[in-house]
Write a protein that binds this ligand. Structure first.
Ligand code: SF4
Length: 451
């Protein structure tokens, strides 16, 4: 009796990639593959890659090198590169790593079985042509049994001058609300408690779907979707990411305020605090508009968590312009900001500009911004001390097995003493006793939250 084949997937990058990997894992398990934690034991090794910055892209090549060597002694080993580097490099990846069997772009994730069958017939496959993403019927192998990602829109039609996403993930393709509802309903039946609706620019949800309302608005919008999926049985919490300040509406803010399951946590990248830099980035909004959005959110939900992304040392950014980014971070007081130094990406306009800044300037500005971000996050975290928060328990604390961990509705990671076998997937009241910049510690209040 032949041993079942084993697979290993390594995922780099964003939540969209994590969701794609879960679906590809589900497809492989549907084909009879078993998961192995050690890639060196696998008969099929898949790298789901990220190219958002150069260091992310470079990571995959060192991994690939090792597996390509292994293939010389194990010719039946299947080697696959998926995700954004696969889409960006395509055929040239086969020249660089001739041992590869399959190079597949993110739009082809659902087609893994069909592509692998072509590989099994002896072909080397490159699948990067733009396609209409077929509705997803796979059974993802999800990393959690409590929280799940649900894609609502693939791709992006924006043209931010630093970003590779439109070039590697293609044009916007929204899923119909009924398909999203059905996937969430199935997750509710399986015992999942929290759903994160995903899109690179989730505020664009539905604008590629036909239909307008009598008022002339798109028939399908994120706001309407939130109302449509709010009553899915079993689901206690709904989150969404990633928002775009250009399209963020008061209608959406009102909906989030009015819908109890929608968590009061908004991830709204601002990227820069200077209007000339925002113009050069082609972001389509000013720092004043960004501040008005945050004010409006806080008008309806004073305690809402606001998180963001920021890029420092964009080509041509002056010290004075960078200080406007520091000023915005200081004024708004974010719960968290993902920060990065500008990294020129293939095929993006800004990468060709001659006013690139030095690595020294990038390092200096990143360090100064990170310092301020931690300071402000600590100030924000302190608001929780002494409060009792509802925490959805997601896992045991690997560092201290006597503790469990979960997140508040504001998305704050929280640790407290508890038994994971008793509390996994439960929402527990926790009195917060200690705050750190990006996480909290507390004590369980002896009653489960009735949701
Ligand atoms: S909105 Fe801009 S930064 Fe975000 S994915 Fe689209 S092009 Fe990239």
């Amino acid at each position: 009796m032949t041993e079942p084949r084993q697979y290993h997937i390594t995922t780099f990058g964003c939540q969209m990639n994590k969701a794609d990997s879960e679906r590809m894992a589900g497809i492989l398990e549907g084909m009879g593959y078993l998961f192995t934690a050690d890639p060196n034991d696998a008969d099929l090794v898949l790298y789901n890659t990220c190219t958002i910055r150069d260091n992310a892209e470079q990571k995959v090549y060192s991994y690939l090198g090792r597996q390509a060597k292994r293939k010389h002694s194990q010719p039946n080993l299947k080697l696959i590169v998926a995700g954004c580097v696969a889409q960006q490099e395509g055929e040239s990846l086969l020249r660089r790593v001739p041992e590869l069997d399959l190079v597949m772009g993110p739009q082809h994730a659902n087609r893994l079985q069909d592509l692998l069958e072509q590989v099994d017939n002896g072909s080397q496959i490159v699948a990067t042509e733009p396609i209409h993403i077929v509705e997803d019927i796979t059974k993802p192998r999800r990393d959690s049994t409590v929280t799940a990602w649900v894609n609502v829109i693939y791709g992006c039609n924006e043209h931010c001058t630093y970003c590779v996403v439109p070039g590697v993930r293609g044009v916007e393709q929204s899923r119909y609300p009924e398909a999203i509802y059905a996937e969430m309903e199935e997750l509710g039946r399986q015992g999942f408690k929290e759903i994160t609706l995903l899109g690179q620019n989730i505020d664009a949800y539905g604008r590629d779907l036909p239909g307008t309302t009598p008022e002339g608005r798109n028939k399908y919008t994120l706001t309407d979707l939130l109302y449509f999926v709010h009553d899915v049985p079993g689901i206690e919490r709904i989150r969404f990411a990633t928002s775009h300040p250009r399209y963020f509406t008061e209608r959406l803010i009102k909906a989030c305020h009015g819908l109890p399951k929608v968590c009061e946590h908004f991830h709204i990248p601002f990227q820069s605090g200077d209007n000339d830099v925002l113009k050069a980035m082609r972001r389509g909004y000013s720092h004043e508009r960004y501040r008005r959005i945050v004010d409006k959110v806080r008008q309806y939900m004073p305690d809402a968590s606001i998180t963001a992304d920021a890029i420092v040392a964009f080509p041509g950014e002056t010290e004075a312009q960078f200080e406007k980014t520091l000023q915005l971070v200081d004024d708004i007081g974010f719960d968290l900001v993902n920060t990065a130094a500008y990294s020129p990406r293939p095929g993006t306009p800004a990468a060709t500009w001659d006013n690139q800044l030095s690595e020294e300037v990038k390092g200096d500005r990143l360090q100064r911004l990170n310092h301020l971000v931690s300071q402000k996050a600590m100030e924000k975290s302190e608001r929780y001390v002494g409060r009792t928060e509802a925490v959805l328990v997601e896992a045991q604390n690997q560092k201290d097995p006597s503790q469990v961990m979960g997140r508040t509705k504001g998305n704050r990671l929280t640790f407290f003493k508890g038994d994971i076998n008793e509390l996994l997937g439960k929402t527990v009241l926790v009195k917060i006793t200690e705050a750190r910049a990006f996480s909290l510690t507390g004590e369980r209040v002896e009653s489960l939250v009735a949701v």
